[in-house]
Design a protein around this ligand. Structure first.
Ligand code: PMP
Length: 404
């Protein structure tokens, strides 16, 4: 890994060197990923799967190799279990629709947790409205982690699926998904893991997790925007109906009856992002060339350092303090009882070149639970270092002094 692979990190904002700590929203892109994208557009661009001509066959091969690369990266048993989508949100919507059509009836229940991203709430809520089913909510423990022990009391014979985040996008806290899967399996309930914030930061092995579904977004993993993954165990995907109709997803189309393609194409209506998939494969190569274990180690050391430096800063209140984190730390600043508005803090950090995110982070139910409107969130990626954290802390001290 070389910071020079990310030209944007050498940019300045308001004449100050950019300190990019908004990686949970999206990561910056290495040249290697963009080279792969340019190469695909410049030399291998043809629509895939249908063409007999050479270029179409090459493009098809590259796209399918990219699928294999994703399968390998996530530890899937087969590339048939990897559906390309537009992103995590699209993956969950697709699953909620498709699973809902097949398995959810009136009075059935779906379980999510209190800390989910809206993307892992609203699609299930919409499904519940369609089917007159109920959304149940797993509570949090005192340290703002999902309370897995509460699951036993929540599941019943009407529970159809549990969908939870692997890592909270607000708190950065790693969630007890292994415990949730273990309990769910005792009750034969499938589990979907929202991996948007875990796939970028830790080695993922969906077979070891033994989850039924896992979703993530390429743009949070140094890859292109508009591409994501829905992993599903083959035995589940076989049972689910397509969520969208169109080209590619069919076997034969007759006005009387259309039959559907095999996995995973049944779920990929229309021309897929066969350029983005190649670029994503290059992004995964980039992560692997840095070494997933060493990225994970570097980032967790940095997250610990970030949390420690924040804790030393007067008035800073860290959420889910002391829990194992991957990538992000959320905090607010208090002067006595007065909360400094996270938007004001974020704006003053921005003026000093430090990019963080402020607000509800698409997790309003978690904000309601915490009785706050928002937080300031600093989030890291493999290219961040201690100097970035030191710059944040120095800028934060100035911001606090100005707001005081
Ligand atoms: N879930 C989590 C935990 C996230 O962090 C995000 C992105 N902030 C999403 C879902 C949605 O991802 P996308 O916007 O890429 O679809």
């Amino acid at each position: 890994m070389n910071r020079d692979d990310f030209p944007i990190l050498s940019e300045t904002v308001y004449g100050k060197p950019l300190v990019y700590l908004d990686n949970a929203a999206t990561t910056q892109k290495p040249r290697q990923m963009l080279d792969a994208m340019a190469d695909a557009y410049l030399y291998r661009n043809a629509n895939i799967h249908r063409g007999v001509h050479h270029l179409s066959q090459v493009a098809t091969e590259r796209h399918e190799q990219a699928r294999q690369r994703v399968a390998e990266f996530l530890g899937a048993r087969s590339e048939k279990e990897i559906v390309f989508t537009k992103g995590t949100t699209d993956s969950i919507n697709m699953l909620a629709f498709s699973f809902g059509e097949a398995f959810v009836r009136k009075d059935d229940e779906i379980i999510v947790s209190q800390l989910e991203h809206h993307s892992n709430i609203v699609p299930w809520q919409m499904l519940c409205e369609r089917k007159q089913a109920r959304l149940r909510v797993l509570p949090l423990d005192g340290n703002l982690r999902i309370d897995a022990s509460a699951l036993e009391g929540l599941v019943n014979e009407r529970t159809r699926l549990i969908s939870v985040a692997h890592v909270s996008n607000v708190l950065g806290a790693i969630q007890p998904v292994e415990d949730i899967v273990r309990i769910a399996q005792r009750h034969h309930i499938p589990v979907c893991i929202d991996g948007a914030q875990s796939a970028p930061h830790m080695p993922i092995d969906v077979q070891a997790l033994d989850c039924d579904f896992y979703v993530c977004s390429a743009h949070k993993m140094y890859g292109p925007t508009g591409l994501g993954v829905l992993y599903g165990k083959q035995e589940w995907l076989e049972q689910l109906p397509p969520a969208e109709g169109g080209g590619e997803m069919i076997d034969h189309v007759r006005f009387e009856k259309t039959t559907y393609n095999q996995l995973p194409y049944k779920f990929e209506a229309g021309t897929p992002d066969f350029i983005g998939s190649c670029a994503f494969a290059a992004a995964l190569d980039y992560i692997d060339s840095a070494g997933r274990e060493s990225v994970c180690r570097h980032e967790s050391e940095l997250t610990d350092y970030l949390e420690r430096r924040l804790a030393e800063t007067e008035g800073v209140r860290i959420y889910s303090k002391g829990t194992a984190k991957a990538g992000a730390v959320s905090f607010n600043v208090y002067q006595g009882d007065r909360l400094l508005h996270p938007f004001d803090v974020g704006t003053l950090l921005d003026r000093q070149g430090v990019a963080v995110r402020t607000g509800h982070h698409c997790a309003e139910p978690l904000m309601d639970y915490l009785h706050i409107l928002g937080t300031v969130r600093a989030s890291i990626a493999l290219y961040n270092n201690r100097e970035d954290i030191d710059a944040l802390i120095a800028a934060l001290r100035k911001a606090i002094a100005m707001l005081g």
